[in-house]
Design a protein around this ligand. Structure first.
Ligand code: PGA
Length: 247
């Protein structure tokens, strides 16, 4: 069965109520039978974005969740709360959380389990730093992040994996097409080893400086099923152009 393309937008810590107009414009610009489209706004906008997207093909996601369902965790958000607010997806293990909040593979795995328990699809991010790439360790790092960030009992049907080289995020630099294809092949092999046939159906996204100008070439690569888009997801025109490249 062919995998349906998926393009997810990661708004990071950007956006206030006034920016819901961009989400409405994305909703209204989606092509019938196009790729699956997800916008992950900051937590403060999840409920209103989900309301705006209700009844449309646009899905809304969170950018992180706690591993627990509730409790004394000031400032944190449970996966169940995201689901209650109307989210269907959540980005987990983004390099900005791994680096800025000290999230280990084990912590990310617990969050993936929490997300799936709440019925959310986890968009699990992995990717090497420039130092790791220069040291020839990129593939080993990414393979070990993948296996370490998947919890026991993970559900392949509620999993998307995004390969995001840390050095390509927000930098304008991207790996070569060969480097992306090589890493996606390694991730696919890892998913099939872990899940068997189920692993062949997991969508593999590329993320890191995807723009309207380079999206089509990247999305055409083997085992690239779409993208995780940061900066270029903030404006509907750019995000819709990237979606069009994924068809
Ligand atoms: P970028 O971010 O598209 O701005 O490089 C991608 C990401 O961090 O998910």
């Amino acid at each position: 069965m062919a995998r349906r393309a998926l393009v997810a937008g990661n708004w990071k810590m950007n956006g206030t109520l006034g920016d819901l107009a961009e989400i409405e414009a994305i909703r209204d610009g989606l092509a019938p039978h196009g790729p699956e489209a997800v916008i992950c706004p900051p937590a403060t906008l999840v409920a209103s974005a989900a309301e705006a997207a209700r009844g449309s093909a646009l899905a809304i996601g969170g950018q992180d969740c706690h591993a627990a369902a509730q409790g004394a965790h000031t400032g944190d958000i449970a996966a169940e709360m995201l689901a209650d607010a109307g989210a269907t997806h959540v980005i987990l293990g983004h390099s900005e959380r791994r680096a800025g909040h000290g999230e280990t593979d084990a912590a990310v795995a617990a969050k993936v389990a929490a997300a799936q328990r709440a019925g959310l699809t986890a968009i699990l991010c992995v990717g090497e730093t420039s130092g790791e790439r220069e040291a020839g360790q990129a593939r080993a790092v990414v393979e070990s992040q993948l296996s370490g960030s998947l919890p026991l009992g993970a559900d392949a049907a509620r999993l998307v994996v995004a390969y995001e080289p840390v050095w390509a995020i927000g930098s304008g630099a991207t790996p070569s097409e060969g480097e992306i294809a090589e890493m996606h092949a390694a991730l696919r092999a890892g998913l099939v080893a872990r899940f068997g046939m189920g692993g062949a159906q997991v969508r593999l996204l590329y993320g890191g400086s995807v723009k309207p100008a380079n999206a089509a070439a990247i999305f055409a690569l083997d085992e690239v099923d779409g993208g995780l888009i940061g900066g270029a997801s903030l404006r509907a025109t750019d995000f819709l152009a990237i979606l069009a490249a994924a068809r």
